[in-house]
Design a protein around this ligand. Structure first.
Ligand code: A3P
Ligand code: MG
Ligand code: MG
Length: 381
């Protein structure tokens, strides 16, 4: 079939664009069979503190708790400590990678082909089915390693910081669900118990007010086709014990209650994002809270990540992860071929320092490889 994916993609290095024929060649590749994806293994973890300091501890790790019946997700909205939206940067991940290399085997350094936060890779891999949101990526290459960052335009950044009140509340509800479903200490029982509220006046199950500065992140190493990836991502909590592996990780999600076939269809389309996000980090379990428009959770459902593709297979609105992986594999091969590491860069890049974008002035100091930034753009057709 006429793979439309390629026509929506452009790769540019400053003034230079890649010629269309090369983009078509990519589409040809994407038609191939699904490449293998290796089970991700954790190489290091880190936490962001309430002061948004990165530390190599598990202070922000949370344990799964059972949400109380009819949890109200608008609770605590006025006390939300909200981290302002900034350009998503790879710095934290690079610091983690350096720390992992210093602490453990140098082998971590060899063979890595791409480094990115999980959100960026989710956007890339789900592109074949994306109908609405385009993206812009910054891609940097130092020696044989590609580094990815999502590039938010000024306009997008402003949009994210000035969400209409209703959308802002909806975003908050996702975080409130996390407060009900997690605890700073492991639950003594399985299934886990409902949290005892910490502050007077808090509802049953509330584990504390939402502070979106705080995040626990896992960094994994995995392989898609022939490309070895180092991927960092936030993990919402772990079930039971923290094993230092991905096998007890749990992703928390909220979604609107399903009332009819159309709602069901919408949810099943959305499952691709839930699936890919979790799959990339090796998260085996997704707990979804279904809520009413007003914020009351009516039911919860656990999904095994590996079983999700079967739920949508063959449906008209369905999706096939194999197509995403084939596309992704071709996409990374394509970039490796066309995004060059300039000689000057290779000499400079002994440490890890990325070139600042001009519009970055005033942002925090970068800590990454000094390299030319390529802009990769995707627009849904
Ligand atoms: P829900 O997914 O339950 O709506 P994550 O699910 O990735 O752990 O993210 C936690 C919450 O952050 C989400 O909860 C949502 O409220 C908010 N969030 C994440 N990504 C977002 C995005 N791209 N736009 C708006 N809100 C987002
Ligand atoms: Mg999360
Ligand atoms: Mg979540």
């Amino acid at each position: 079939d006429g793979h439309p994916d390629s026509e929506r993609l452009s790769v540019k290095q400053r003034w230079r664009s890649l010629a269309p024929p090369q983009v078509y060649a990519l589409a040809y590749l994407a038609a191939g069979a699904a490449p293998a994806f290796q089970q991700p293994t954790q190489i290091i973890s880190f936490s962001f503190t309430p002061a948004r300091e990165l530390e190599f501890t598990d202070s922000a790790l949370r344990y799964l708790a059972s949400p109380p019946p009819r949890a109200q997700l608008t609770y605590g909205y006025d006390r939300w400590v909200r981290r302002p939206e900034r350009r998503p940067r790879i710095d934290g991940l690079l610091r983690a990678l350096s720390a992992a290399r210093a602490k453990r085997h140098q082998a971590l350094a060899s063979g890595v082909g791409a480094v990115a936060f999980r959100g960026v890779l989710t956007r890339i891999l789900t592109a074949p089915y994306e109908e609405r949101d385009g993206w812009d990526m910054n891609v940097m290459r130092v020696n044989d390693v590609l580094y990815f960052e999502e590039h938010l335009t000024e306009e997008k950044l402003r949009e994210k910081n000035d969400l209409p009140p209703q959308q802002r509340l909806q975003t908050y509800m996702g975080y409130a669900f996390e407060s009900y479903c997690t605890s700073a200490t492991p639950s003594p029982s399985n299934p886990p118990s409902v949290n005892v509220p910490q502050a007077p006046g808090d509802p049953p199950g509330w584990s504390g007010d939402v502070d979106t500065n705080v995040q626990w992140c896992s960094v994994v190493r995995t392989k898609l086709g022939e490309t070895t990836f180092v991927i960092g991502g936030e993990v919402d909590c772990v079930r039971g014990k923290y094993t230092g592996k991905t096998n007890t990780f749990v992703e928390l999600k909220t979604s609107m209650v399903i009332r009819n076939r159309q709602d069901e269809m919408r949810f099943e389309k959305k499952l691709l994002k839930f699936y890919m996000q979790s799959f990339l980090l090796g998260v085996p379990e997704i707990l979804v809270g279904f809520r009413k428009p007003g914020g009351e959770v009516t039911t919860t459902q656990t999904f095994r990540t590996a079983e999700i593709p079967r739920l949508v297979r063959g449906k008209a609105h369905g999706w096939d992860p194999a197509r995403c992986l084939a596309w992704g594999d071709a996409f990374f091969k394509f970039l490796k071929k066309h995004v060059h590491s300039d000689k000057q860069t290779e000499r400079v890049a002994t440490g890890e320092k990325l070139q600042r974008e001009p519009e970055d002035k005033g942002n925090e100091e970068r800590t990454q490889p000094e390299a030319a930034v390529w802009r990769v753009t995707f627009r849904p057709g």
